[in-house]
Ligand binder design. Structure first.
Ligand SMILES: *[C@@H]1O[C@H](CO)[C@@H](O)[C@H](O)[C@H]1NC(C)=O
Ligand SMILES: *[C@@H]1O[C@H](CO)[C@@H](O)[C@H](O)[C@H]1NC(C)=O
Ligand SMILES: *[C@@H]1O[C@H](CO)[C@@H](O)[C@H](O)[C@H]1NC(C)=O
Ligand SMILES: [Zn+2]
Length: 380
């Protein structure tokens, strides 16, 4: 028994040693992140994205006008989602007018803005605009005593000069993003690498092929163009983060890359049509001049160096909806989708349609009255 047992042990050890590389190989394959969450093209279908920009929920909550605008905006989104039936929704910033929300937690209004998408079980991702974490502006005469929001005072300032230096802090970008991420498994939003904070909405998502969930069809990059409590820029570190991430996951630029942020970069000014929108630009409204970021810190250089970049999509200017070519890719506006915020131009949303084989990126604007216009191919 004893000897046999010993032999048996030796044999087991031998088998184990022989199997070890195989076992570790198998375990690597098994453990390898199939993270559960995946955006994948459906078999025999295109991948359709609807972009909602500048909804401005929570604006002028103390009037009857404000809450009514939010009801209209909800209708616009619901109608467009039923019309387009997208696979994915992108909230392209200024989801809120957070400098207008007289309650401690802006996440209630955030939930209202997300509800048409969530109710239809459509996954989404959000990127922040300049209004999503702005300081609360609060002339006290707007509120009844009970309606006055809680104050956060810097003890240093308030001790010397009193109440005027108290500001209502509202909900920070990080709190808002944590709320979004925690609100539903449908959220694909991320709070980005913490070395980029307080710039929070910086992340990349992969859309994978219908027949292989590991094989990428396109990468969607989200960048936080700031505003509110800090400058309206994409910083040098963000540009570096984009560059190194793209180099790492798509070193040979083989996979198309599509970029989203809220405030147009200064490059938009160089391609903006004057007056009528003529070819090669495509669009239907050009009613404002481009309101660009405060400075350019290298993101455009990084994009220009990558032949895989197809297009950049921004909101911010509510009355612009054109796409114009810039170097080897496109710069596009989305026009406003919401009734909150400035301007009374008809509301609409930009739609992107990705075809996987061969790759193509098509876009158009879908309106609250059901009309479609400004169709354009954004892939070469
Ligand atoms: C707001 O509410 C959410 C939950 O709905 C919570 O996670 C978050 O911490 C709250 N933020 C503030 C500033 O109260
Ligand atoms: C991007 O990264 C590559 C390689 O790491 C580097 O050669 C290039 O200069 C970087 N470009 C920019 C614009 O940062
Ligand atoms: C906005 O447009 C609607 C419908 O076209 C009109 O009824 C409303 O008065 C306009 N509002 C402003 C502020 O111009
Ligand atoms: Zn806006």
């Amino acid at each position: 028994m004893e000897g046999q047992n010993g032999k048996h042990k030796k044999f087991s050890v031998l088998v184990l040693v022989l199997l070890l590389p195989l076992i570790s190989f198998v375990s690597v394959v098994v453990v390898k992140p199939s993270t559960g969450k995946n955006l994948q093209v459906r078999k025999g279908s295109t991948f359709k994205i609807t972009i909602f920009a500048d909804l401005h929920f929570g604006e002028d909550t103390w009037t009857s006008w404000g809450p009514l605008q939010d009801i209209h905006s909800t209708k616009v989104m619901s109608f467009i989602l039923d019309q387009e039936k997208p696979d994915f929704v992108i909230y392209l910033g200024d989801v809120l007018t957070a400098d207008n929300i007289p309650i401690a937690n802006a996440s209630l209004y955030w939930d209202q803005a997300l509800s048409p998408t969530k109710d239809r079980c459509i996954p989404w991702a959000a990127v922040f605009g300049n209004h999503d974490d702005a300081h609360f502006i609060w002339p006290t005469e707007w509120f009844s005593d009970s309606g006055i929001p809680p104050l956060k005072c810097s003890s240093l300032i308030s001790s010397s000069s009193g109440e005027d230096n108290c500001i209502f802090m509202g909900t920070t970008r990080l709190q808002l993003m944590n709320h979004d991420i925690g609100s539903s498994a449908l959220s694909f939003s991320q709070k980005g690498p913490n070395n980029l904070w307080p710039s929070v909405s910086n992340y990349v998502l992969k859309i994978s092929s219908s027949d292989d969930s590991e094989s990428p069809v396109a990468y969607l990059y989200f960048l936080d163009s700031g505003g509110g409590t800090y400058p309206e820029v994409i910083s040098t570190v963000q540009a570096k983060w984009f560059n190194s991430t793209a180099q790492e996951i798509n070193p040979d630029s083989r996979v198309p890359e599509i970029i989203f942020w809220h405030i147009p970069s200064r490059a938009y000014k160089t391609v903006a049509p004057s007056g009528v929108i003529n070819k090669p630009c495509v669009g239907s409204i050009n009613k404002e001049s481009v309101a660009p970021q405060e400075a350019e810190h290298g993101i455009m250089k990084a994009l220009e160096a990558r032949p895989s970049v197809q297009a950049v999509f921004v909101g911010h200017n509510h009355g612009l909806d054109w796409c114009c070519p810039y170097k080897k890719f496109w710069l596009c506006f989305t026009r406003h989708s919401g009734y909150g915020g400035y301007g009374n131009w008809t509301r609409g949303a930009r739609v992107l349609e990705i075809n996987e084989q061969p790759f193509s990126l098509k876009s158009w604007i879908t309106m609250e009255d059901g009309s479609l216009h400004s169709h354009v191919f954004l892939s070469s």
